[in-house]
Design a protein around this ligand. Structure first.
Ligand SMILES: [Zn+2]
Length: 336
């Protein structure tokens, strides 16, 4: 891929993730509106900070670096082992979101074995669709098909249907009709929506990291790991501030990570970032029991915004997405 194409692809990704780019267009307006935001502070007896950890794209995330569809089964096992060991060390009960087609790609036996390890380690599994297709490109019927087919290996391992669904790319329906129809379908099938409140662009860092590792450039790999952790800290603090702005208190967070090599190598430190900030790890049920998660879900967008931005729209709170920090350009532009 040429540099220009890669930059363009990244810009589109950013746009999908948060309203930063959209707000740039109306930046002046946003700054003006920002002044109207009321930031409430909790009394000294504030609740303990909480975070639920979620890991997407099980059994192994697809990356730009690997040829599409081809997966390294040994690497998938190694990544999941490292992540699960770390979750156990930090006493985290996480939820892993499964792409059923990736289970097939890894190989049925190995894929199912990885999912079993997740459950045996005290974690839950959720549905992340059959093929991780972009729902903006699908009809309502095709989306329903993706949801139902996505249950196969999870139900096999859990002995029941999954409780949570997470949309691929967090594309929850790009039109009102699609958003509402799919939300109704999920409800009727007993699903809870797995929202996420912190995104640290781990896929962008992982892509650069895989290139550095392939080149045996250990110095760059180390630098990428450090930048990743620094950026993750920045994003935790940013989204904490955002959600506080929206609700007047800090609701439990749901951290979005992916099953990739970078997280396998850094997850201990990622979890430590939360511990240093006095967060308590909770499961997804506990996090979503907070009233913030009962905020009406009527807002629709073609983008994969974090829920702080969506809740701001639902509650009519003006927030300035331009305040969100971008990952370092050298990581984004890291070339082969
Ligand atoms: Zn995903």
């Amino acid at each position: 891929m040429t540099g220009l194409l890669q930059d363009l692809r990244y810009a589109v990704r950013r746009l999908r993730k948060s309203p930063c780019f959209a707000l740039t267009v109306i930046g002046t307006l946003a700054i003006g509106l920002g002044a109207t935001v009321i930031i409430c502070s909790l009394p000294a007896t504030a609740q303990q900070r909480m975070v639920a950890v979620t890991v997407d794209d099980l059994p192994i995330a697809e990356t730009d670096h690997a040829a599409a569809g081809s997966v390294d089964t040994v690497e998938a096992k190694s990544i999941n082992r490292a992540i699960l060991d770390s979750l156990r060390r930090h006493k985290v009960s996480a939820t892993g979101f499964v792409i059923d087609k990736r289970v097939e790609d890894v190989g049925e036996t190995s894929g199912i074995a990885i999912l079993r390890q997740w459950v045996q380690s005290g974690n839950d599994l959720g549905n992340h669709s059959y093929s991780h297709a972009d729902f903006n490109q699908l009809t309502i019927e095709q989306i329903e098909e993706e949801i139902v087919h996505g249950e196969r290996s999870i139900s096999n391992v859990l002995g029941r249907r999954p409780h949570y669904f997470r949309f691929p790319l967090n594309h929850t329906g790009d039109t009102a009709a699609k958003h509402d129809a799919v939300a109704t379908f999920l409800r009727q099938h007993g699903y809870k929506l797995a929202v996420c409140t912190i995104d640290n662009e781990d896929s962008v860092f992982d892509r650069a990291y895989l290139i550095a590792l392939a080149r045996k450039d250990h110095q760059s790999a180390e630098r990428i790991r450090l930048e990743y952790l620094s950026y993750t800290g920045t994003e935790i603090d940013y989204y904490s501030g955002l959600n506080k702005q929206v609700f007047g208190y800090e609701p439990p967070h749901v951290m979005l990570l992916h099953a990739n090599r970078l997280n396998a190598d850094t997850i201990d430190s990622v979890l430590s970032l939360f511990e240093q900030r006095h967060y308590r790890f909770v499961d997804l049920d506990t996090a979503e029991a907070d009233s913030a998660f009962a905020t009406p879900d009527t807002f629709f967008t073609q983008y994969g915004w974090m829920w702080g931005y969506r809740w701001a729209r639902e509650r009519n709170v003006k927030v300035n997405g331009n305040l969100e920090t971008e990952p370092p350009a050298w990581v984004v532009q890291y070339r082969k």
